[in-house]
Design a protein around this ligand. Sequence first.
Ligand SMILES: [Zn+2]
Length: 245
Amino acid sequence: MGTYREQGIVLRSYKLGETDRILHLLTQGRGKVRAVAKGVRRPGSRFGGRLESYSHVDLQLYEGRNLDVVNQADLLAPHAAVRSDFARSACAATMAEVTDVVAQEGERDNALFLLLQSGLAALDAEPREPEVFVDAFLLRLASTVGFHAWTDACAVCRRPGPHLFLSVKAGGTLCGACAPPGTRAVDPGTVRALALLAAPGEWVALPAMADADADARATAASYVRAFVEHHLDRRLRSYDHVPRA
Ligand SMILES: [Zn+2]
């Protein structure tokens, strides 16, 4: 037991006793960490507003028996704009909820950390169409935990696409030969929207895509939700609060 330093992102927090908070953090080096921030709800707390949800912080922690204890916290990125309006905070809540579900304690997952960091930064920087960032985040998160959505090839036979049949269970687009009889084709715009949502590191082009083709965008959004809920075997409760244009 001892102290250690970590970068972390606050996923959620809840009250403990009179003045403390328990935090769920996604850290860069240790996966999910549950820690207590003592006195954080007292006026004049030395942590100030540095441990708000979705903040990216540099932390010094002390290893406790059950929960680690936050000794020091310095803001790297407050992501204050994310908390400033209802739509964006609902979007960030969904990102954090799903991350909290898939992150493992004591297991470093740098891809997940970078995905959450970049997703929150994208939400923070761009107020338009925030829900498009959630859909991109969810599809990419599913891929990092082993459920990749194929958009440029057939999910079954890997024949290069684009293909216009979509399957949640099979994991993406299907060619005509692999699609079960009766599968309805979607329009090419939907497949293009999904490909952009799934493209690692692509955030800047997403709002324009959402603006350009609302129907394709809506079909892609329904698909993303069904895909993620099926493969993570979990209903996304906070996703219900994400506003839809
Ligand atoms: Zn095929």
